[in-house]
Design a binder for this molecule. Structure first.
Ligand code: BG6
Length: 460
């Protein structure tokens, strides 16, 4: 079968400001919550490598953009650092404006479209101390920051994104201890989630009111939920996982309202959320132009066996994870590889979300110890990564050929990068980064990707 993709398909790479730039304390950037956390508890970070240790995109962006061009990318989705652009929340940092304008201009000059995201987990430290997403003042500050970004870069950007994976800081920070504030509290989680959504819609509304050119969307990490069996209890559990981890953002951003089950949960558990009818109207009237989807793994779910759980673990009443014996695992990251999940997402968007234009904003394979796959000339022979992309793209192609409106695929990522709590443990790049020398070395997958982008089809 011919696996040709639509004309003008975006063959891109994804990354984020905080994971690439470095220059944490130069160029006028203020501290983020990650800089702060590393100072406080460096042992929480793999091999105690903090957010300063990057591939120095801040200084080397021109060379890196040439690498992207060399691998055939025609799109790059990345993010602006809030703490760099508005270090004190009010004064625009002209060095940051110069930097980002030059990045976006250089990308365009090299035939690469910038897709620009405003928030990738990097809460400015001063706002974290105001309560972060639990404080409505932070929502207002985000709206101001979004407006400044549109004003400074609107002539160079035609696709804007408000948030990357907004559920992740909620899940990891309020139901887990992997992001700050590292607490287990369902009420705080739901309030912070609600205000994150509100920040998103206020930015969308500001974008529309100031008549910016181009389009605005959001990036969600969708994890299709599959029940252990056809039993009603398991199906119900899978529905709860879907509602909480996918539809809690997907429905309001595309359909303009929350799923009914969210209201049910709030009532069942007596969760007290601050909201107004006016805000719900704002949500209704500011749906997105397009959707970005990060896809790495599905969620396997079974009915809960505990009715009695303590208040910190309310979700365990609704569903529990299930280890599918047939799962193909990425042994390095511990995530299941289930390529068909991408097809299921494509069909879900087609059938239940107005067939809204969408693109794969991240998909990729993190592998530990890639040096053992190097050939004599030092090139990583990452056949496993090529296979990973090819298999996902085969299912994506099927979704597109059945009518799903997908306009691009972005691999995470072009160059091995720093990542939150995993740092450089799992490498994702199509280029290897030698941390000590900062050398960039092409992997086999970069050659493969170039051919894919050039021909706009999977190899036969
Ligand atoms: C995505 C995030 O969910 O996963 C990225 O948007 C992150 O920021 C990527 O780097 C890979 O995560 P990890 O933990 O395997 O390095």
């Amino acid at each position: 079968m011919n696996h040709k993709f639509p004309d003008r398909f975006l063959w891109g790479t994804a990354a984020s400001g905080p994971q690439l730039e470095g220059a944490g304390s130069v160029g006028g950037k203020a501290m983020t919550v990650w800089d702060y956390w590393f100072l406080l508890e460096p042992e929480k970070f793999y091999q105690k490598i903090g957010p300063e240790v990057t591939s120095n995109f801040y200084d080397q962006y021109k060379e890196d953009i040439l690498l992207m061009k060399d691998a055939g990318f025609n799109s790059f989705r990345t993010s602006i650092s809030w703490a760099r652009l508005l270090p004190d929340g009010k004064t625009i940092n002209e060095e940051a404006v110069f930097f980002y304008r030059d990045v976006f201009t250089s990308l365009r000059e090299n035939g690469i479209e910038p897709i620009v995201n405003l928030y990738h987990f990097d809460m400015p430290y001063r706002l974290y101390f105001k309560g972060g997403w639990e404080n409505p003042e932070v929502v207002e500050e985000f709206k101001e920051y979004a407006q400044v970004s549109f004003d400074c870069f609107g002539d160079l950007v035609s696709r804007w994104v408000t948030f990357n994976e907004p559920i992740v800081p909620i899940e990891m920070g309020y139901l887990n201890d992997k992001h700050l504030p590292a607490v287990h509290n369902m009420t705080r989680a739901m309030q912070a989630g609600y205000y994150t959504l509100l920040a998103h819609v206020k930015a969308v509304s500001a974008f529309r009111q100031s008549k910016q050119q181009g389009e605005i969307g959001i990036i969600l990490n969708l994890t299709p939920s599959y029940p252990k069996s056809d039993r009603d209890e398991d199906k119900k559990a899978a529905n709860w996982a879907d509602v909480l981890f996918n539809r809690s953002f997907l429905d309001p951003v595309v359909l303009g309202h929350y799923p009914a089950e969210i209201k049910e949960l709030i009532q069942n558990e007596n969760i007290d959320i601050q909201y107004t009818e006016k805000e719900l109207d704002l949500i209704k009237n500011n749906t997105v132009d397009f959707l970005g989807v990060n896809y790495y793994q599905p969620r396997r779910v079974q009915a809960s066996r505990n009715e009695q759980v303590d208040s910190e673990k309310i979700l365990e009443k609704y569903f529990q994870p299930y280890e599918w014996p047939k799962a193909k695992m990425n042994p390095h990251r511990g995530w299941e590889i289930y390529e068909k999940g991408l097809y299921d997402i494509a069909i879900n968007i087609r059938d239940n979300y107005f067939n809204i234009p969408w693109y794969v904003a991240e998909n990729g394979m993190g592998v530990e110890g890639e040096e053992k796959f190097m050939n004599e000339s030092g090139e990583v022979q990452d056949n496993y990564r090529i296979e990973f992309m090819e298999d996902h793209l085969t299912w994506l192609h099927k979704g597109i050929s059945e009518g799903s409106n997908c306009f691009g695929y972005h691999v995470w990522t072009f160059l091995d990068n720093w990542s939150w709590l995993n740092e450089y443990k799992n490498r994702y790049g199509l280029f290897r980064l030698e941390l000590e020398t900062q050398e960039r070395v092409k992997k086999k997958s970069a050659y493969w990707f170039k051919q894919l982008a050039k021909t706009n089809q999977l190899p036969t």
